[in-house]
Design a protein around this ligand. Structure first.
Ligand code: ADP
Length: 221
């Protein structure tokens, strides 16, 4: 099962992907995480990506597709995976289709208003090591400023500043939102109220996914 998460920055894709990883064992493939890792390691690709990411634009399709293909080739993806942050443009969706990957596909669109995004990202803190996500008010770490999972000092992502957030939202509306109509027309597409509490969002996604997994299992027999 290929699970695609669509939604604006801050819509909760990372949180849902992490839950699906821990509850079902589907690896979470976040192109944002893969790019940040390349930036941290100062690979040639990371050096190119850093400038676009810092400005709130998109990294070029060829670079992101190369990273994605490398990740999908790993053995843990055989039983299914969650795509968080890919595709982000119509061209990326076409590239994904062109890969001809096996297995059924299900798409969730996490819908949130721009106001919710601005509030969430201003309060977001992340772990630079394991990419765990916190919210200063709704999901604070147990010890202030420290990751619950690995003990690393939390940071505010350098693209979670008001100016860059606004640019990321502009990029989302111009380039990514058109994907909603594309996937809605394709079927296996579900709208989720991403503005609800995290527990509610996760419950809604899991209910739909459980039904789809049941159907897929029956079809396989
Ligand atoms: P968010 O969804 O909150 O914007 P991500 O971690 O998914 O955060 O992405 C961070 C940045 O990485 C994006 O603003 C963009 O510059 C880059 N990026 C991530 N995924 C893609 C992609 N599929 N195509 C192009 N750029 C991407």
């Amino acid at each position: 099962m290929r699970i695609i998460l669509l939604g604006a920055p801050g819509s909760g894709k990372g949180t849902v992907a992490e839950t699906l990883r821990s509850a079902y064992g589907f690896p979470k493939i976040s192109t944002g995480d893969l790019l940040r890792e390349a930036v941290r390691e100062k690979t040639p690709l990371g050096l190119v990506a850093a400038s676009q990411m810092g400005k709130g634009g998109l990294v070029d399709d060829v670079t992101v597709l190369a990273l994605l293909r490398e990740r999908l080739a790993k053995g843990d993806c055989r039983g299914g995976y969650v795509l968080d942050g890919y595709p982000r443009t119509i061209a990326q969706a076409e590239s994904l289709d062109a890969l001809g990957l096996p297995g059924p596909e299900i798409v969730f669109d996490l819908q949130v208003s721009d106001e919710v995004v601005l509030e969430r990202l201003a309060n977001r803190r992340t772990c630079p090591k394991c990419e765990a996500i916190y919210h200063l008010i709704n999901k604070p770490p147990k010890t202030a400023g420290v990751c619950d999972v690995c003990g690393t000092a939390l940071v505010q992502r350098n693209d979670d500043t008001p100016e860059v957030i606004k640019e990321r939202l502009r990029t989302y509306h111009a380039k990514t939102e058109p994907l909603v109509a594309r996937y809605a027309a394709k079927g296996h597409f579900h709208r989720i109220d991403g503005g609800a509490a995290a527990g509610t969002v996760v419950r809604d996604v899991r209910r739909t996914l459980d039904a789809a997994l049941g159907l897929a299992a029956r079809a396989g027999k």
